[in-house]
Design a protein around this ligand. Structure first.
Ligand code: NOJ
Length: 526
């Protein structure tokens, strides 16, 4: 069963490099996040996911960890992070850290020991073949770099050797079973890291590449799932309030393995999911081809069919609603920002839909003001992802209020366009994207029927009609088209509706068993 506090939770994802620089060195830091907690609270988010903020050579933006228990000096100290937990909790905000269990940095002391000829405690902490010319049959590997005459398996980039959780199907002499003591020792090491942060006040973890642990584990049901069930048992006993969200993109598997929430982002096996592609239509191309034909449902008159999204979503939802939550996100540090293809009005409708679905939603910093995907050179292994990682745009001051440091020292350049959106400008405009997001999050907190657990039923999702869905006793309607639409409600539904519009974007009304919507509108009806 998922942690109870998730019932009315909306997460805000912070890429710490780019959120707020408190000491003028050009890079965001923990104290900067503390300074902005009131902003996050007023926005309506009551939980954070912070990308890895640990000691690292930063060849993959911190997903290459050198010391799991130490805050990277560029972000501050462990004490700063403990204080962030405290300050956040005082304001009713929970904090998830990023757990990277599948790999370390090649500079992690475990790996430095592991690559030695002399047998030691860490020799089997990573996955090694048994000879320097013996490759790893199908798995990515590196040879020729270690003192030890063997090759090691990678989990992602070259800088990220895979930790050893064993193999489900053992097919080579050098492969160890996932039940072997060495694989168990890795599990214990990860639990130890979790205990460390949880006992200092963190509320749980976003788990990187959660499906990647046990190798040769095709269906993930027995091998990799066993690791997470084991972790869940530890949490239930020692930290029953802790929550975990997986980067797995298979809610039926992830939630059965003990996760509270699973992101729907990557299809198992990699690549961007059809789910997000149909939702925003830019995930299909990793490079975000702006000229590609755009079939996002929320794009005015693009003719997009929401059923491509709903078919997958409803199957997962029905299968998992008693187990935990599906987490949808506006985007994240690995994807193209939604403003790449959607204009502010289209974004309002897309977000209104996302934040009125069941489960636990995530908002990526800057998406609330429609920050743009920028064409910038790669930084710290970001490649095309770098364009979604630029500094938060707070106000019209130097560096858009992100940093008081020298512009030439900034971690990444800020948006220099004259109309770059900022929090300050949008706060002053009642109709801005920011104020609309605030209003949507506020109504979600006010109406239990819009929160994680309330029933969800699609009433009408035909492509030439608006999308109408029921949440508990409320009806929601989205008309993304450029024209007025009228929908006849099924009799059993119309009997339960008074017709009072309690929230709207654009114009909408209800009466006589019908819903009337203006072009590009959204409404919640009682
Ligand atoms: C997924 C993370 O979100 C991404 O940023 C990272 O590069 C890989 N996992 C490797 O850890």
């Amino acid at each position: 069963m998922a942690a109870k506090w998730l019932k009315d939770t909306i997460f805000y994802e912070i890429y710490p490099q780019s959120f707020k620089d408190s000491d003028g060195d050009g890079i965001g830091d923990i104290n900067g996040i503390v300074q902005k907690l009131d902003y996050i609270k007023e926005l309506g988010c009551n939980a954070l996911w912070i990308n890895p903020c640990y000691d690292s050579p930063f060849k993959d933006a911190g997903y290459d960890i050198r010391d799991y228990k130490k805050v990277a000096p560029r972000y501050g100290t462990n004490e700063d992070l403990f204080r962030l937990f405290d300050e956040a909790h005082k304001k009713g905000i929970r904090v998830l850290l990023d757990l990277v269990p599948g790999h370390t940095s090649e500079e992690h002391p475990w790996f430095l020991e592991s690559q030695k000829v002399q047998k030691n405690e860490y020799s089997d902490r990573f996955i090694w073949t048994d000879y320097c010319f013996q490759g790893a049959s199908g798995l990515p590997y590196i040879g020729g770099e270690s003192e030890r005459s063997a090759c090691y398996i990678l989990n992602f980039f070259k800088c990220q050797p895979a930790l050893n959780y064993g193999f489900y199907k053992v097919t080579e002499p050098w492969q160890k079973s996932f039940r072997d003591p060495e694989a168990m020792a890795t599990r214990e090491a990860i639990k130890d890291i979790m205990r460390f942060w949880l006992s200092h006040g963190c509320d749980g973890f976003r788990v990187d590449m959660a499906a990647s642990l046990v190798k040769n584990d095709d269906d993930k049901k027995t091998g990799t799932s066993a690791v997470w069930k084991d972790v869940r048992r530890m949490l239930d006993l020692e930290f029953p309030d802790a929550a975990m969200v997986s980067e797995w993109s298979n809610p039926p598997l992830a939630l059965r393995a003990g996760y509270d929430m699973d992101f729907c982002l990557n299809e198992p096996g990699g690549g961007y999911s059809t789910l997000m592609r149909d939702y925003y239509n830019h995930g299909g191309s990793a490079h975000g081809d702006r000229n590609a034909e755009d079939h996002s449902y929320f794009k005015k008159d693009a003719g997009g069919d929401i059923n491509r999204f709903l078919d997958q979503y409803l199957t997962w939802y029905e299968d998992t609603r008693d187990l935990g939550y599906i987490s949808l996100l506006t985007c994240n540090h690995d994807t193209i920002r939604p403003s790449y293809t959607l204009d502010p009005r289209e974004l309002k409708l897309a977000y209104a839909f996302l934040f009125t679905l069941p489960g636990v939603p995530f908002l990526y910093y800057g998406d609330e003001i429609g920050m743009r995907y920028l064409d910038v050179p790669t930084k710290e292994g970001g490649y095309f992802r770098t364009g979604s990682r630029t500094p938060m745009q707070w106000d019209g001051s130097a560096n858009l209020g992100f940093s008081e440091g020298k512009t030439s020292d900034l971690y990444l350049p800020v948006d220099t366009s004259a109309d770059a959106p900022t929090v300050e400008a949008q706060e002053a405009d009642r109709d801005s994207l920011l104020n609309t997001v605030r209003a949507i999050l506020a109504i979600r907190h006010r109406e239990k029927d819009l929160q994680a657990d309330a029933d969800f039923q699609v009433i009408c999702s035909e492509n030439d009609k608006p999308l109408v869905y029921r949440r508990g006793s409320l009806l929601c309607v989205v008309n993304p088209t450029g024209g007025k639409l009228e929908t006849i409600l099924p009799a059993d539904i119309s009997e339960t509706i008074h017709g009072e519009v309690i929230f709207k974007i654009g114009e909408a009304s209800a009466g006589n068993g019908r819903i009337y919507t203006d072009a590009q509108s959204f409404a919640v009806i009682k």
